[in-house]
Ligand binder design. Structure first.
Ligand SMILES: Cc1cc2nc3c(=O)[nH]c(=O)nc-3n(C[C@H](O)[C@H](O)[C@H](O)COP(=O)(O)OP(=O)(O)OC[C@H]3O[C@@H](n4cnc5c(N)ncnc54)[C@H](O)[C@@H]3O)c2cc1C
Length: 427
């Protein structure tokens, strides 16, 4: 049986497959590469490097998948959090096109890893971005044109009638459908990656928080009971890591976000909600996203908080939002409700690169990392193996600090989000 106590309570933890527990780091160890963080970024980097013959140690403060990787909506989507036009303005058209193509590789990698490593994580193909307001229809049609004409990525436009035959909710005016994207059980996928990494020779240590890092020709990562000296370090601690590299902390804002899972609804009732089992995300800034689980629950995500506390009346607000989409679920509450933290960068673009010649990092997934983390792990592993061309494109994206440190970051973002929420409500 899985040791479910090792994961924060969620439907994912309750439905996690059995997974090996990993020891705590004890004593001084040596590695070619030491990875901080056993989420999707760290495990993908570790797996790629071990397959290339490197001795890799992963240090995880809690347990595999403890962070966003084991808690997220499971929506596997192309692109990056900031969208293509923002990337064009940041790196130019040609590189934006390459970044987009690589993001599609991130989606493909998930399907390949599932097949190669026989990871049971309920992959389902199909994803729709749905329009609530007329301006969303315009935006989605423009996006379809852009992706089809300039990025070689054709998507299907569904008008209201066509969408309603698949997603019978009065709320939406149309959808942009992608048969290539999809959804997974993210914790089982992450646990499966850890198993694959272990089989490839990666040593994973849980309960092994990195407390400090010494830089030098061979960096040393220290935990309470041990240390790892390595040729290369990979920082993949995302929003939960603090104080190891303050220059990275300043570039992201940790934001809490939440998901609920209804009780199992039965196959017939569940499939009447989303007949083709696709994942769905709306076009609001403070978006709702949802999908069915393999055991016929509705998993419904949304809401954000900028402090360590969940928003007031989280359950009630989430329930109201779910019922606004599916009034036929009135009377149904969430059986599970949980949250996680995302790492928003100021421009919502990926923040990947190197701190020094031998210290690499990836963060700033901005809530859009299930697929992009696989790519991040791969491009970092390429750079460590001497092929930095792809990482260098990411490293050229300019990122600004959140002003004012942690104390001022929160009110500034709250103000910005309040404006976007008002926009969601009015236009
Ligand atoms: C509620 C929620 C819903 C989301 N939904 C989606 C979605 O549907 N689709 C999508 O694409 N993206 C989604 N995301 C974002 C996505 O989950 C993340 O971008 C992705 O999982 C980030 O992976 P990661 O490995 O970089 O970070 P994490 O998974 O957070 O892993 C970082 C790990 O580092 C460990 N760590 C931190 N500090 C230390 C330290 N000092 N020493 C050792 N270990 C340390 C942490 O314990 C953690 O396990 C969602 C996120 C959340 C929170």
């Amino acid at each position: 049986m899985p040791d479910k106590s090792q994961q924060p309570a969620s439907w994912y933890a309750a439905s996690a497959h059995a997974a090996a527990a990993h020891p705590r780091l004890q004593g001084a160890q040596q590695a070619d590469v030491c990875v901080l963080g056993a989420g999707l970024t760290g495990l993908n980097a570790a797996l790629e490097l071990a397959e290339a013959g490197y001795k890799v140690i992963v240090l995880e403060s809690e347990s595999v998948g403890w962070g966003a990787s084991g808690r997220n909506g499971g929506q596997v989507i192309f692109g990056f959090g900031c969208g293509e036009s923002k990337l064009q303005s940041l790196v130019g058209e040609a590189d934006a096109r390459r970044l987009f193509d690589w993001s599609v590789e991130g989606v493909r990698m998930i399907r390949e890893r599932i097949a190669k490593h026989e990871i049971a994580c309920d992959w389902r193909a199909g994803h729709a971005h749905v329009a609530i307001r007329p301006r969303h229809v315009t935006e989605l049609k423009h996006w379809q044109h852009e992706l089809g004409e300039h990025y070689g990525y054709p998507l299907q436009w569904w008008d209201r009638e066509q969408l309603q035959s698949t997603l019978p909710s009065e709320r939406y005016l149309g959808a942009l459908y992608d048969a290539n994207s999809g959804h997974v059980h993210p914790l089982n996928y992450t646990l499966g990656l850890a198993r694959a990494a272990g089989a490839a020779g990666v040593h994973i240590f849980e309960g092994s928080k990195v407390l400090r890092m010494e830089h030098g020709t061979r960096p040393v990562l220290h935990t309470q009971h041990g240390s790892v000296q390595c040729d290369f370090a990979v920082l993949a601690g995302n929003a939960l890591v603090k104080g190891i590299a303050p220059q990275l902390d300043r570039k992201i804002m940790p934001v809490g976000t939440y998901i609920g899972a209804t009780p199992a609804l039965g196959a017939e009732r569940a499939h009447a909600l989303i007949t083709n089992d696709m994942a769905v995300a709306d076009m609001n800034w403070a978006l709702d996203y949802f999908r069915l689980s393999a055991d016929h629950r509705l998993l419904f995500g949304g809401r954000a908080s900028y402090s360590n506390l969940p928003p007031p009346n989280l359950r009630g607000v989430m329930r109201t939002r779910m019922h606004a989409v599916f009034p036929q679920l009135k009377g149904i509450d969430f059986e599970y409700l949980w949250g996680g933290v995302i790492d928003i960068s100021r421009n919502r673009a990926p923040h990947w690169g190197r701190l020094r010649d031998n210290v690499y990092f990836a963060q700033g997934f901005s809530g859009h990392g299930v697929a992009a983390t696989g790519l991040a792990g791969r491009v970092i592993s390429e750079a460590i193996r001497g092929q930095a061309e792809r990482l260098d494109v990411f490293a050229r994206i300019h990122h600004r600090d959140f002003p004012g440190g942690r104390a001022l970051r929160t009110p500034l973002l709250v103000a910005a989000m309040a404006w976007f929420k008002l926009r969601d409500a009015l236009w």
